[in-house]
Design a protein around this ligand. Structure first.
Ligand code: AHM
Ligand code: MG
Length: 362
């Protein structure tokens, strides 16, 4: 009973403070909206929906809860520390990455909802084991983004992106290499001071906070939009000497060193989900441009499939934009599973300005 009191006290306050209407005609202000209820409500707007996507999203929420329970105890468990292996990106794999990766796969491999998965941690895509039925959705994920921060008790995240299977026959690479315009749903879990799930099915962006007392995600951030005016820019300034002239000029503009500047403060966590989430709520731009620091990686660090497309989709749904500095990320045809791409994401005007500076100065 005590737990119920906790939720019913907290959620109406969050809703009231934000002065927002809860979604749905029958929802009363102050009502508790669990993620399950919200997903079902969204499903009812699609008369042709069979409920498969609804359940898949719920499976993802459950996987997120399991990963959160592990990340919350990471400092206590011997799980901390590296395995010594390297992943396909040539980066050191840490144990928590492996746990998150395996959890995400195992929660979705047997349900009959997914036809194929691909993870940032694996060189090739991940077919559904023969013994299980294959479904109609393609699930791409970055199981534990920001993994260089694991040892320092700093926010981490999981990013996911869902498409329809488009190939005839057995799902294949073609299903993974779809343009962002084909995204059915995308979102992220943020393992921070609270665990949050933020997602969109193309009808705006909603955020849910995990109440650890009852183990349920509750709607805490309905209908999220990038606020104006924006407050922050987020970039690894340590790479500045390796940026193109256009990116340097753009950064000077963001900082207030050029006419018409928004004069922003800098914030950079180094965990993409955390940087994106803060800018989504406070207004701002995150960018990881191409740089010449590592000649092996001339196209930036972040991956189009696991990071750029899902966050660009969310950004657009929240009134913002994702770009590679020349065009909308959602219009780019991915060529490879682990393709990297320069990435600018945030308030619409800030991302458009990046494109203008890069067009002007290169
Ligand atoms: P990861 O997927 O291996 O964790 O790498 C991606 C992370 C992002 O979360 C973050 O934005 C970026 O790498 C930070 O990179 P850097 O340390 O070069 O600033
Ligand atoms: Mg990652």
């Amino acid at each position: 009973m005590q737990q119920l009191t906790i939720i019913s006290e907290i959620v109406p306050v969050l809703a009231r403070d934000k002065e927002v209407a809860m979604p749905g005609e029958n929802d009363q202000p102050g009502q508790i909206i669990t993620i399950e209820r919200h997903i079902l409500k969204e499903q009812s707007s699609f008369p042709e929906a069979t409920g498969t996507l609804t359940t898949l999203l719920y499976d993802i929420a459950l996987a997120g809860k399991i990963i959160a329970s592990k990340t919350n105890r990471a400092g206590l468990a011997e799980i901390l520390g590296r395995t010594g292996d390297t992943n396909i990106q040539g980066e050191q794999v840490q144990k928590l990455d492996r746990f998150a990766d395996a959890t995400f796969f195992r929660m979705n491999d047997h349900t009959g909802r997914v036809a194929l998965m691909a993870s940032e941690e694996h060189a090739d895509f991940l077919p559904i084991p023969e013994k299980y039925p294959a479904g109609k959705y393609i699930l791409l994920y970055d199981p534990l983004d920001g993994s260089s921060n694991i040892d320092y008790n700093i926010c981490l995240g999981t990013i996911f992106c869902i498409y329809h299977k488009i190939s005839a026959g057995r799902a294949s690479l073609e299903d993974c290499l779809q343009k962002g315009r084909q995204v059915v749903a995308a979102g992220y879990l943020l393992y921070g001071t609270s665990t949050m799930l933020v997602y969109s099915t193309g009808r705006g962006v909603n955020g849910f906070t995990l109440d650890p007392a009852v183990g349920e995600f509750l709607l805490s951030h309905p209908a999220i939009r990038f606020p104006e005016p924006p407050r922050y820019y987020s970039v690894n300034q340590g790479n500045q000497n390796y940026w193109s002239r256009g990116v340097q000029e753009y950064t000077a503009w963001l900082q207030g060193r050029k006419p018409g500047s928004p004069n922003l403060s800098a914030r950079y966590v180094g965990s993409l989900v955390a940087d994106f989430h803060r800018n989504l709520l406070a207004g701002g731009v995150f960018y990881y441009p191409a740089d010449t620091r590592d000649p092996e990686k001339p196209h930036g660090k972040l991956r189009i499939l696991y990071e750029a497309i899902p966050l660009a989709f969310l950004a657009e749904q929240a009134g913002g934009r994702g770009s590679d500095g020349t065009q909308n990320i959602l219009d780019i045809q991915p060529q490879r599973l682990h393709q990297r791409i320069p990435f600018f994401v945030g308030n619409l005007e800030l991302v458009e300005q990046a494109e203008t500076f890069i067009r002007t100065y290169g």
